[in-house]
Design a protein. Structure first.
Length: 154
């Protein structure tokens, strides 16, 4: 319910009074007939005629359009800060990141933080230990393999 009231308030701040679809369509028909914005305003006594006409020109309708997707839990600024923090210190845990986000004032769950890091290509993987292959090591490994070749036949 609070979200609905917030969207209505936001719409009211952007467009002023909430107008009926019929009134919006009347604005558009007047604009299509070639009538100027000022005359359109004078006839209908609505201030935001330009906004509704531009919306009609862009989307082809004056009705309220649905949102493209659900709003993100974290804003881009916080997302970038998390990625920066993890790239600086790859040993930081999700709990530490969560506590830092609480300190900043944007509390978020561990799963949200994990999802953000995964979207950025950061995972909690540990690199496989690669053997140090110098000339001396390679020759000693080859000698060991030749020496123990008979053991593998059993």
């Amino acid at each position: 319910m609070e979200f609905f009231l917030a969207t209505v308030l936001l719409h009211y701040l952007l467009f002023g009074v909430l107008l009926s679809v019929a009134l919006r369509d009347r604005m558009v028909t007047k604009a299509r007939s070639g009538e100027r914005y000022q005359k359109n305003y004078a006839a209908l006594k609505v201030q935001n005629t330009v906004a509704y006409i531009l919306k009609w020109k862009e989307f082809g309708t004056t009705r309220n359009l649905p949102r493209v997707r659900r709003p993100a839990k974290l804003r881009n600024r916080r997302r970038r800060a998390l990625v920066r923090e993890v790239t600086k210190n790859s040993m930081v845990t999700l709990d530490e990141l969560q506590s830092s986000s609480v300190e900043i004032g944007e509390p978020s769950r561990r799963t949200t933080i994990s999802a953000v890091l995964h979207q950025s290509g950061l995972y909690g993987r540990v690199a496989r230990r690669k053997p140090l292959l110098s000339k001396r090591h390679m020759t000693s490994q080859l000698e060991f393999a030749k020496r123990n070749l008979k053991d593998s036949d059993r």
